[in-house]
Design a protein around this ligand. Structure first.
Ligand code: T3D
Length: 295
């Protein structure tokens, strides 16, 4: 591969893994951070880290994840983000203990959604780089829909997807009522949302929710292999492709043709496009610039 990361490393080369296990002090006690941030080459791995509660979302975990996504998305050396969970789960959605604490930070669910889950899934969709969900166990409630908001979804064999909202008399959120019917079709989405049935990894793949299923212990490497492939591709085209596919679900065929025209004009002006075409014609590997997509 001819592409380089901004640090001058070959994109596919794994650099030393640095695990930033931020610790915070609370009432004299040192607690693990609700999010672990790790950098492998040009990929940032974000691990939700509340394994005792299957990585259910607290306000603290929301804050940490949103901040980390924004920071990663603004760094031109970062070419992809992997989102995964610590322990045996991906994410069990909202932490129900925190949400039901009358003195807790959640308050009105609508306001809470706007400040947390809605911001989170909007950020994932608007990031200029692909976000890969590595679903390593149960993904329930908002946890399932956050995975489905990612650009590429990988699942370990132990993964389960549950729209668990109906069991607690809530409505699917985090974009689930938008994303799920588009992925699986309206009839399946209705049954999944109303009954809250569990889909295993293979079923979720058959339903079109998952790109690839791997053995659990191969999940991280499979996600990193995709991150390496992304790093070998020119970033501007990926950023514009992500944008085009997002609008495709909301618009008419005619309008989408206009959008493709406009995005293709931008893509066609990029140095990476010129280099890729020249390399093809000259029968040589392309050498792309060191910068990521324009932010
Ligand atoms: O607040 C708002 O803004 C509204 C937004 C809502 C968004 C949502 O996500 S609503 C949906 C919330 N999530 C759920 O309803 C799922 C609840 N969890 C479960 O149904 C089950 O735990 C699972 C099916 C996900 C997994 O079952 P299992 O048998 O593998 O594990 P478990 O034993 O139930 O859970 C393990 C531990 O995690 C357990 O704690 P313990 O007993 O070992 O101390 C359990 O209480 C804890 N846990 C699991 N999910 C949550 C949780 N703790 C708090 N909140 C959770 N969501």
């Amino acid at each position: 591969m001819g592409s380089q990361t901004g640090s001058g490393r070959k994109a596919g080369e794994k650099q030393t893994v640095t695990l930033k296990r931020v610790r915070k002090r609370q009432g004299g006690e040192i607690l693990d951070s609700p999010l672990l941030t790790e950098r492998v080459g040009s990929c940032v791995i974000l691990t939700m880290n509340r394994s005792d509660a299957l990585n259910a979302f607290t306000v603290d975990m929301h804050r940490a994840l949103l901040d980390a996504l924004v920071v990663a998305g603004a760094n031109p050396e970062v070419r992809s983000i992997i989102l995964t969970g610590a322990g045996r789960g991906f994410c069990a959605g909202q932490d129900l203990a925190e949400a039901s604490d009358p003195n807790g930070p959640v308050g009105s669910l609508g306001e809470h959604l706007e400040k947390t889950y809605n911001r989170l899934v909007r950020t994932i969709r608007r990031l200029p780089v692909p976000v890969i969900a590595a679903v390593n166990g149960v993904a329930a409630g908002a946890g399932a829909n956050i995975a489905l908001a990612c650009d590429i979804v990988l699942a370990g064999r132990s993964a389960k997807f549950i729209q668990s909202f109906s069991k607690i008399s809530l409505v699917p959120d985090s974009g689930g009522t938008w994303t799920l019917p588009r992925l699986v079709g309206l009839q399946r989405a209705r049954a999944l949302a109303l009954l809250g049935d569990t889909l295993n990894a293979e079923q979720a793949q058959v339903f079109g929710m998952v790109w690839q299923v791997t053995d659990d212990d191969a999940l991280r490497d499979a996600a990193l292999a995709i991150a390496e492939r992304i790093a070998s591709l020119p970033p501007e085209g990926l950023k514009l492709t992500k944008r085009a596919l997002d609008t495709a679900m909301e618009t008419t065929f005619d309008r989408q043709l206009d959008i493709e025209r406009d995005l293709q004009s931008l893509a066609g002006q990029s140095a990476d496009n010129k280099e890729a075409v020249a390399a093809f014609l000259e029968k040589r590997p392309p050498v792309f610039g060191t910068q990521g997509a324009t932010r």
